[in-house]
Design a protein around this ligand. Structure first.
Ligand code: ACM
Ligand code: ZN
Length: 565
């Protein structure tokens, strides 16, 4: 029998069967996020000793090698296959004539340009696997789909014996719905070292997520080395205790002197950025301003309105320092910081926060009020807007674009700025020609509870965001006219870590909700089908098991969760 099933048809059949939960697992390939088009064919390709990864043939000096794009994706695939299967897999240039019998070919040659920078075609036949994509990003995602077609043990860190490494024959044509598929990780409230961040990047890549928004700065800790202002990390990177009424033993992020905290050196930042880049992930740094700046002002209080003392040690961490918007020195300080930040991050966007700015200090500050008069500003919002416009010029001068939270548009949005909508403004901003990332509080806050039975969950900041609510989220605002819809770059989950002192806990809050969001961000709206997703999810959870990634095992929202420890 030779059978072909389009993914949307699979969805409809499964939906009609009425099956829910984990009762029955998917009989079709359990790829998450669901590809745009997937045909299943009869037969399998068997990965065995001697299977090679071939790349497009190019000349490099006197040598014939695989081209850069297929080489990068090929080596990523080879490394994963080597780790879990134990087979040493060669990556080499394809022979003239292009026979690929028994091999895996990665190539940009003959790819359909309409697939875009992240799209790919994957063809698995009994005698060959071919991944064809216009760009390296697409080859990388073809590799991810290929890995998901293999048994979940392929994600293991060590060779797993007695597994038959077969790949079902398929024809896949795939590309993302949205170009921004993000995860924000707050490393200020609690610090996660570079190896922990890399582990998050690995799990993101498996789900074709492509932006890590790295929340490096907030009231409770400054986490990025700035050469010109060493006190930012020496002083602002540490607090007396773990805080938030948490068990001090819940984290290992303590310095030799017993203080809680930590930071990334610039070398470590570059290492993480390169690690992400190799996984088609752009790292967007966030340097909060003008509010949420207590840690910076603890180190350099002269850049506040009062010059007074600041501390990251207040119980529960309820405080919010703000830079003086009337001080040229304060503006020079943040611009110096951004100059170093812009050098470290090659991506288009630099996030400057801009949320929840407490403007009371500005009202009582002679310098801020002088600025209001000189610039003819009518409100605190306009003073904030003035501050952000100055910063936008600096970010632009360094070849980047500014992005900030919803609030930055309230007093007028700087020309090239994009917003990250958490409390509104998307329709207005997009209609004025600004780009927007959708991260609404109701659907994208992964610090919220996953169940109504809070007593059975680890303590969380509040809220309620069950798995199905993430899956049902539609990033395109209903009221946005079609001609502006291209300004909606995509969506992202926000992981604020006040009550998440360990990576294990962070992972519990991220997964499986990020599996659901990956499908929202990548798959076509028409193909999204909750029952089908729930049939594919168990295989994905087994992948997470192999990756050593923690997740909430109870997929209902009733609250039967396994403890995180
Ligand atoms: C935010 O959640 N304050 C952006
Ligand atoms: Zn001031």
């Amino acid at each position: 029998m030779n059978y072909k099933i389009m993914s949307w048809l699979v969805g409809i059949v499964l939906a009609l069967s009425g099956a829910t939960g984990f009762a029955g697992e998917a009989s079709v390939p359990a790829i998450i996020p669901m590809p745009q088009k997937l045909e299943r064919h009869e037969g399998v390709f068997e990965f065995r000793t001697g299977t090679r990864i071939l790349g497009l043939r190019v000349e490099s000096g006197t040598k014939i090698v695989a081209d850069v794009d297929s080489n990068a994706a090929g080596h990523y695939l080879a490394a994963q296959l080597r780790r879990s299967t134990g087979h040493r897999v060669q990556v080499r240039a394809m022979e003239p004539g292009g026979a690929v019998k028994g091999d895996i070919l990665l190539t940009t040659q003959g790819a359909n340009p309409a697939l875009g920078p992240e799209g790919y075609e994957l063809s698995v036949a009994p005698d060959a696997v071919v991944i064809r994509a216009p760009n390296g990003g697409g080859l990388f995602y073809g590799v991810q789909s290929l890995l998901q077609l293999l048994p979940p043990e392929v994600f293991a860190a060590k060779p797993v014996p007695d597994v038959k490494w077969t790949i079902p024959c398929v024809q896949i044509e795939d590309q993302p719905r949205f170009k921004w598929r993000g995860l924000m990780l707050d490393v200020s409230r609690h610090f996660f070292n570079k190896e922990e961040v890399k582990k998050v990047l690995d799990a993101m890549a498996v789900h074709k997520m492509n932006v890590l928004h790295w929340h490096l700065v907030d009231d409770q800790g400054w986490r990025i080395e700035i050469k010109k202002y060493p006190r930012l990390t020496e002083v602002g990177g540490w607090r007396k205790e773990i805080g938030f009424k948490l068990d001090p033993k819940a984290s290992k992020a303590y310095g030799a002197d017993g203080r809680y905290g930590g930071y990334y050196t610039q070398a470590e930042i570059r290492e993480v950025v390169a690690y992400a880049q190799a996984r088609n992930i752009t790292v967007v740094p966030e340097i909060e301003m003008p509010g949420h700046s207590t840690a910076a002002l603890m180190a350099y209080p002269q850049f506040s309105c009062t010059g007074g003392s600041f501390t990251t040690d207040l119980p529960g961490g309820v405080f919010n320092g703000v830079y003086c918007a009337g001080s040229e020195q304060a503006l020079a300080f943040v611009q110096d910081i951004l100059t170093e930040v812009c050098e470290l991050f090659p991506g288009k966007y630099i996030h400057i926060g801009g949320d929840e700015v407490p403007t009371d200090n500005w009202k009582d500050c002679a310098k801020c009020q002088a600025r209001v008069r000189q610039e003819g500003l009518k409100s605190d919002k306009e003073l904030e807007s003035y501050f952000i416009r100055r910063i936008e010029k600096c970010v632009k001068a360094h070849g980047h674009n500014l992005i900030g939270w919803s609030e930055i548009r309230e007093g007028g949005l700087a020309q090239s700025a994009a917003i990250m909508d958490w409390i509104g403004g998307a329709v207005e901003a997009a209609s004025e020609g600004h780009d927007v990332v959708m991260t609404p509080l109701a659907e994208c806050y992964f610090d919220h509870y996953q169940s109504t039975n809070q007593a059975r969950e680890p303590y969380a900041i509040g809220g309620y965001l069950p798995l199905h609510a993430v899956y049902d989220f539609e990033p395109m605002p209903a009221k946005l006219e079609s001609q502006y819809q291209g300004h909606i770059l995509g969506t992202q989950a926000n992981v604020w870590t006040e009550y998440m002192p360990s990576l294990k806990h962070v992972e519990y809050m991220i997964f499986p909700r990020l599996c659901a969001l990956s499908e929202v961000a990548w798959s076509s709206k028409a193909a999204r089908n909750w029952d089908d997703f729930m049939k594919r999810l168990p295989a994905d959870c087994r992948r997470l098991d192999q990756l050593g990634v923690n997740y909430r095992h109870d997929m209902t929202d009733i609250g039967n969760a396994l403890p995180t420890k």
